[in-house]
Design a protein around this ligand. Structure first.
Ligand SMILES: [Zn+2]
Length: 533
């Protein structure tokens, strides 16, 4: 299943919610997505769906997404997107657009999906789905911020709650169950398509998109939030233009984002007016880091082996030298990553070195080039070499505080931490890796990849009990509570069979407590599900 199917499932689910009760109004004329007036609550009324219920619904979806083969936990891309997302959240907070109950109660988590369709969609409970292909067409951070800010506003304005509350006021948890079932069953793409293609569902789906008022509100508030967060307002118009260009270039019909967010002349005119731009679209200066991350996202979208070959060969092509510097940098990044995927690591490392030379004067891009070099060295089985691009964090420069001071993470971020831990573990310095990861995890207890890396570092030191606990915590972070319980139980068995030293005794008592906590959480989760008739 991919996240496109998730979205199909989501819209189908909404349709199912409607089908449970007779449609109040007849089918709307095709193309008119405005719900009938009597069914439209006034903006600001979130219906009967409480934030808690919406979060539970979101969790049910997120649990399925995290198990999806196309879910992508990429340290480099994830950190780049999270940097923009957290800046927007801070902007929303500063503008009073993020009520305290939502701020604390929602997940505020971006989930990346490897997907060749250009899409971004808000999910219930503060989750946001973002396809790699959308990142792949973006030219500046401001453009990506415009899409994220728009979707963020759908969440903060409770647009999803309003739609769901309207459709299934009586039994919102039915919605969660149907959705979870649909998502789980959608591993057969044909099944998902068939559900959506049912004639009735198509008609209903049109009414279940956000209303035009909601879209206008998301554009307006999104722009204010992005501007507050320090992004250039021109990013909105630029993103419209990017989408239009990309649509012209890659007309493969996979445009769910444009289907749900048509670039009507009205919408563009509204936005231009808000930006007070009367002239044609203002070109933003090149953003090297955004171009490199777009290149990475394109390669990670599983473009197929022919495309990989084309990208791998592009740095050698005749017209490479004629390109402007930003384009050459993007070609080199995509080339290096594509060459690595095609198992030509020496060539990949040469491309990455050429990239590093080209972008040396741009701090953010130079950092991305270093991270790429480190990643490729690890892939090439040379972790020692990787460490030269991953100098140890300066004292005092560790953890959350450093990341907050440096939202772009131009020096040290999660990506360095994870790559360095991997390289250290592979070169006999697992103890240093474990120490750094432990510090990070105390600030980021839901970082599954960090827990997973900690488990590897513990195993490398023969600390089986600690490793099993870390594996259990990684499962908790992935929202797989049963999986976590299994790991914690395995840890208890190990502790019984290998009565250890004092450190192990302390670890064992922590594991006992964690097991009880997670068992209780799973009981609660099942109880929520059991509320269904
Ligand atoms: Zn929207």
């Amino acid at each position: 299943m991919n996240s496109l199917h998730l979205q199909r499932a989501f819209t189908t689910l909404l349709a199912a919610g409607v089908l449970a009760q007779p449609l109040a109004a007849g089918a709307q004329a095709a193309g008119d997505m405005t719900p009938p007036a009597q069914a439209l609550p006034s903006l600001g009324d979130a219906g009967d769906m409480t934030p808690l219920l919406e979060r539970k619904l979101g969790d049910a979806i997120a649990r399925e997404l995290l198990r999806d083969a196309d879910y992508l936990d990429d340290a480099i891309l994830g950190e780049y997107v999270d940097g923009i997302w957290h800046a927007l959240l801070a902007g929303a907070r500063a503008r009073g657009e993020l009520p305290a109950d939502l701020d604390e109660g929602f997940a505020w988590r971006v989930m990346l999906g490897r997907d060749a369709t250009i899409n971004a969609f808000a999910l219930p409970g503060g989750y946001l789905g973002l396809h790699t292909a959308l990142i792949g067409v973006v030219r500046t951070r401001d453009e990506l911020a415009s899409v994220l800010a728009h979707e963020l506003s759908h969440i903060t304005q409770r647009h999803i709650a309003r739609m769901l509350g309207r459709q299934s006021r009586q039994t919102p948890l039915i919605v969660a169950a149907i959705l979870a079932g649909l998502v789980a069953g959608a591993s057969n793409p044909q099944a998902g398509t068939a559900l959506v293609m049912g004639g009735q569902a198509v008609g209903i789906q049109q009414q279940l998109n956000y209303s035009r008022d909601m879209e206008r509100e998301a554009d307006r508030i999104g722009l204010a939030i992005a501007t507050q967060a320090g992004f250039r307002p021109e990013g909105f118009a630029a993103m419209f233009e990017t989408l239009q260009n990309a649509q012209r270039l890659m007309d493969n019909g996979d445009w769910p984002y444009l289907r749900s967010h048509p670039l009507t002349t009205q919408r563009i005119a509204d936005m231009r007016q808000r930006e007070k731009i009367n002239a044609p679209a203002v070109a933003l200066p090149p953003d090297l880091q955004a171009l490199l991350m777009a290149a990475r996202a394109r390669v990670l979208s599983r473009p197929g082996v022919d495309t990989l070959h084309a990208w791998a060969n592009a740095p050698d092509s005749a017209n490479f030298a004629t390109l402007a510097l930003p384009q050459r940098a993007a070609v080199l990044y995509a080339g290096a990553l594509a060459q690595a995927q095609l198992r030509d690591l020496p060539k990949a490392e040469r491309s990455a070195a050429a990239l590093a030379g080209l972008v040396a004067s741009d701090a953010s891009a130079a950092r991305q080039a270093r991270l790429l070099q480190a990643e490729l060295a690890i892939l090439a089985g040379a972790p020692q070499r990787a460490l030269q691009w991953l100098p140890a964090a300066a004292s005092g420069g560790r953890g959350k505080a450093a990341a907050a001071r440096d939202p772009q993470g131009s020096q040290q971020g999660r990506a360095e931490l994870l790559l360095r831990a991997m390289a250290q573990t592979a070169t006999g310095h697992a103890r240093d890796a474990a120490t750094a990861l432990q510090v990070w995890i105390s600030d980021h207890p839901l970082d599954a990849a960090a827990w997973q890396q900690l488990a590897a570092a513990c195993n490398a030191q023969g600390q089986t009990l600690r490793a099993l606990r870390a594996e259990g915590e990684a499962q908790v972070a992935q929202m797989d509570l049963q999986g976590a319980i299994d790991r914690f139980r395995a840890a208890q068995d190990h502790a019984r069979q290998h009565p250890g030293n004092r450190a192990d005794l302390i670890e064992a008592s922590i594991i006992d407590a964690r097991l009880r906590t997670v068992q209780e959480a799973l009981r609660q989760q099942k109880q929520d599900e059991a509320q269904l008739p």
